[in-house]
Design a protein around this ligand. Structure first.
Ligand SMILES: O=c1ccn([C@@H]2O[C@H](COP(=O)(O)O)[C@@H](O)[C@H]2O)c(=O)[nH]1
Length: 244
């Protein structure tokens, strides 16, 4: 059984700041003050509040995962990765479906930004495998990929590892197979976290925080179970209690 201190458990949570403006995100930050969670900025908040909001999170000492899921031709992703690196984020991501050359280009973009500026920290670059909203049926019948979701996730995870990335985004259900295939140090960042009895929303491949921890996930991304709760701080405290 995994044993963590309260602080270690909080450090494993990435709160998804899925808000339409900076003011709403600031409200959540205030309510979680003093709890050392990672903050995840996705496309909704980034498109509304921009790089300035990300920079202000870093100035205040937050660890930041910029979840923009880049998926474009290699040259464009290289440029995007360079710009993101200059924001000083700790983690950002691309889609593994873009292929090895595209993922390598992301790493080249990081190197280019680091070469041109001193004092910048090297961010971890990770790849989205198969979105946690994708069910087995959707994968086979809509997307047209044969095999199991786990097959698809592992194929993407191996591509990401071969491209030199630090890890992947996947469901906690796939963590053990990813670690077995790509190594224990290959990071797993897992959305699709739902405390027992919580609304599943649009997620398909879910686990509770405790199950995810036991499966070996490195970081769990949690959005609506916290942000849509009447008292977000109480929601985090209850998740932490479950993790200890
Ligand atoms: O496969 C993926 C990749 C990213 N996400 C993101 O994680 C959070 C999950 O939020 P919940 O409210 O806890 O469902 C959200 O920002 C997604 O964009 C994902 O869910 N699955």
């Amino acid at each position: 059984m995994v044993k963590l201190s309260r602080e270690e458990a909080a450090e494993r949570i990435m709160v998804a700041l899925d808000y339409s403006d900076a003011a709403a995100a600031e409200g959540l930050l205030r309510s979680l003050e003093g709890i050392p969670c990672y903050m995840k900025v996705g496309m909704q908040l980034f498109y509304a509040a921009g790089p300035g909001f990300v920079a202000s999170l870093k100035e205040r000492g937050y660890r930041v995962f910029l979840d923009l899921k880049m998926h474009d031709i290699p040259n464009t992703v290289k440029g995007g990765a360079s710009s993101i690196t200059k924001l000083g984020v700790d983690v950002f991501n691309v889609h593994a479906a873009g292929g090895i050359q595209m993922m390598e280009a992301a790493l080249e973009g990081v190197d280019a930004a680091l070469a041109g500026a001193s004092g910048l920290k090297r961010p971890s670059v990770i790849a989205v495998t198969q979105l946690t909203s994708t069910s087995q049926d959707v994968l086979n019948r809509e997307i047209g990929l044969q095999g199991t979701v786990e097959d698809a996730v592992l194929r993407y995870a191996r591509l990401a590892r071969n491209a030199g990335l630090s890890g992947v985004v996947a469901s906690p259900q796939e963590v053990q197979s990813i670690k077995a295939a790509c190594g224990q140090d290959f990071q797993t960042i897992t959305p699709g976290i739902r405390p027992a009895g919580a609304d599943v929303n649009d997620q398909s491949r879910i686990m509770t925080p405790r199950q995810a921890l036991e499966a070996g996930t490195d970081y769990m991304v949690i959005g609506r179970p916290i942000t849509a709760a009447p008292d977000p701080r109480e929601a985090v405290e209850s998740i932490l209690k479950e993790m200890l």
